[in-house]
Design a protein around this ligand. Sequence first.
Ligand code: NAD
Length: 297
Amino acid sequence: MSKPALGFIGLGKMGAPMSKRLMEAGHTVYVFDRDEAALAHIVSAGAKRMVSVKEVADHAETVILSLPTPEIVDAVCLHSGGLIEGSKVKRVVDLSTIGPRAAAAVCKALEVAGIVYVDSPVSGGVMGAVKGTLAVMVSCPRSHFDDLESTLAIFGKTFYLGEKAGQAQTVKLANNIMSVAAVAITSEAVVMGVKAGVDPKIMLDVINAGSGRNTASADKFPRCVLPRTFDVGFAAALAYKDVRLCVEEAEHIGVPMVVGSAVRELMSITLAVCGKDADFSDVVKVLESWAGVEVRG
Ligand code: NAD
């Protein structure tokens, strides 16, 4: 049986490999990105080039989004020329991290036009997107999850979190504040070790055999900091956005976040010091400059 055609908007670090996986699995994919180079790359891999968001929504019943911020998701879905004006679209699957309140608002606005919003953020980084090993969190009406599950499984392991848009976003923000906090505290600890004269490679080996082990010590530091490539593939601006959304959401529902607030400030400093194109792992450079040392493998 032929697989349904899909739309895909946002062909960046995550969207590019995910849309390729859909094509490899036999789906025709109608794509759009406002960045011509990102669009051309996926079209050369076999996707159908569309010239606008609306054109994607005129060709596919299910349109997938992988976009940077809540403001951009809102515009792509609801502004003039947005998905909401498409003639064919019936369902929007949003893989972006935008926070629970933005997800609920977009869901409500699309509902008025008879379009179902599937809240479906992902975790596991660019490598997870390439290999299809992401954690795919989903909240939407159960029947839509059942219908989409085999498609979402192309991206990784699926987790159903409930009927309400925003429930998956809450879990995604919780996951990411922990991930960013791990990078922040590992940066502080390893820079301290280097300043005290310890070899950072041996220090990480010890931590990874001990109780301090985390995703930064086990993966990001050996892969991107010791060789000084600083290419985790997740922008510091997006990490900051996720932590900010998490702390704001926690405040909104009455949960103080002391550690999370400190992590947010450190990400804000990283952006101010390293610039808007900084990688998530550039946090280490900030700590290094304060301490006057360099973490090298
Ligand atoms: P990215 O910046 O690499 O890609 C976003 C793409 O969206 C870009 O190609 C950009 O040109 C396009 N875009 C922006 N505005 C647009 C518009 N108005 N119309 C059409 N295209 C538009 O970001 P990414 O790293 O791929 O992340 C995408 C989403 O996934 C974000 O919400 C991010 O927080 C989340 N995420 C990222 C990672 C990661 O490791 N990079 C992991 C999990 C989740």
